[in-house]
Design a binder for this molecule. Sequence first.
Ligand code: NI
Length: 386
Amino acid sequence: MPLLNNALEIQQEATQWRRHLHQIPELQYDVFETAKFISEKLKSLGCDDVVTGIGRTGVVAIIHGKNGAGPTIGLRADMDALPIVEATGLPYASKTAGKMHACGHDGHSSMLLGAAKHLSETRNFSGSVALIFQPAEEGGAGAKAMIDDGLMERFNISRVFGMHNLPGLALGAFAACDGPIMAAADKFEIAITGRGGHAALPHQTLDPILAGSQLVTALQSIVSRNTDPLASLVISVTQFHAGDAFNIIPQTAKIAGTVRTLQADMRDTAERRIKETAAGVALASGVEITVDYQRYYPVTKNHTRETELAMAIARDVAGVKNVDAKFPPMMGAEDFSYMLEARPGAFIFMGNGDSAGLHHPEYNFNDEAIGHGVSYWVKLVETALA
Ligand code: NI
């Protein structure tokens, strides 16, 4: 029995919710209208408790099963959109210029609402389910804000599950892997202070552009010479700003970039070697170099038992041949990583079919996927809390 019997019926209703949310994209923590729509819908669907304002604008709904006491599992969706000018031309396109649901979080929220409808009507499980709607997944660490606000303890959540749509993965297919599935993402900013002066008199200056250029080149050796070839580390310099005139050696230069890795300890290696390399270039060239290394999202690391459970449910919903349990990890980052650090759980991808890529102005969540996503959520609850 793959999809739920009423999957198509729920999909039709949830499609309307999804298209409404698509028209009112909001950014980061400012998801006021989105959270209001979601919390009102959760109440009307008969959830036992709906709590708002967790992690500023996060929403949590609790549904108790009918089969007595038991643990609580958390299912997570994200609510925020992106600062992108939508180019889909859809009749239900964004009504706010410059904001767009280009990552499918409108679909994620609608699928979890669809699961809320089915679960609150049937309650065919023990214990409780906590439906988590978080703000600020796109760079704002909304998941961490909800955890810092007591999410796990307050609702007694013992395990957590997350799902994200994926363009290029077939509609109705699921994919995940045990262990790291998405990378950690860090940021570094490097300030170089030299001594500016006339370009014709370089010997009277300390050139921050030459020092910066040597540093950019030297940073490439961290991946190629300090990193196990079988480990994963990306160091990308993405900004280099210096100078205003063709005949002046500037006083300062600024360099920035990002570090991505699937191994948590590689962040320590990257930070240490970037600082050591900068100090070496500073010594050699006489300029002053400071490195500000900021850690953002950790590695999204799936737990073995929960991943096996998630994949078993996915196979039940989608059929064995539509589930890839050894999906190669991706170097993008995801703040569900904080929830997986707090509790055991699994993060999986769901096919969005042949669509434009995530964060692209022509991207759109595939409403035909809703029935699959809702079926996955409901069967996961009914199995995990049997
Ligand atoms: Ni996303």
